[in-house]
Design a protein around this ligand. Structure first.
Ligand SMILES: CC(C)(COP(=O)(O)OP(=O)(O)OC[C@H]1O[C@@H](n2cnc3c(N)ncnc32)[C@H](O)[C@@H]1OP(=O)(O)O)[C@@H](O)C(=O)NCCC(=O)NCCS
Length: 142
């Protein structure tokens, strides 16, 4: 298993993995659109895990100068419980720490207890917060 930055030739395989792992993703989270946006901002923090040259996992991170965030932590169902998710997260933590990032945040759906167990094993704690968000219009009209 190898962890490396995403490359453009990975798009179809990553999109297929996300459609399998996140079947209930909202319609505005189109994999191809999210991938292309990430290619424009800190693309080096978009990682894939490969096994025998196939994509088996992903993690998409960012650092805004105050906190790091991670999204799309996903491992192919056939390759779970082999340490791939943990290895991806440790690489994300290392990359963010090297940028001077002091803290990493992430969001998990409340009902997703298995994923909470995964992050707790990695040392993350549940922080009582209300998660808020707003979809933004593009100001240039494009
Ligand atoms: C969460 C996920 C990335 C974990 O990937 P993984 O490669 O299987 O994780 P690891 O093998 O590194 O697991 C490390 C430890 O986390 C815990 N863990 C992982 N999956 C777990 C599960 N389903 N139930 C309970 N604990 C779990 C275990 O303690 C495990 O150690 P062990 O296998 O020695 O018991 C993977 O299950 C996944 O892709 N889930 C669906 C996508 C998702 O919801 N992602 C999170 C978005 S925020």
């Amino acid at each position: 298993m190898e962890i490396r930055p995403y490359s453009d030739s990975d798009e179809a395989a990553v999109a297929k993995l996300w459609r399998e792992v996140f079947p209930e993703a909202p319609s505005w989270n189109l994999p191809e659109t999210d991938i292309r946006r990430k290619r424009a901002i800190q693309p080096e923090l978009f990682l894939v895990a490969t096994s025998d040259s196939s994509i088996v996992g992903t993690a998409m991170a960012g650092y805004d100068g105050h906190r790091g965030w991670v999204y799309y932590v996903a491992v192919s169902p056939k390759h779970r419980r082999q340490g791939i998710g943990s290895t991806l997260m440790k690489r994300v933590e290392q990359d963010l720490a090297e940028l001077g990032c002091p803290k990493l945040n992430l969001q998990v759906r409340t009902e997703n207890e298995e994923v909470v167990a995964f992050y707790k094993k990695l040392g993350y704690t549940v922080e009582e917060r209300v998660s808020m968000g707003k979809h933004l219009e593009r100001s240039n009209g494009s």
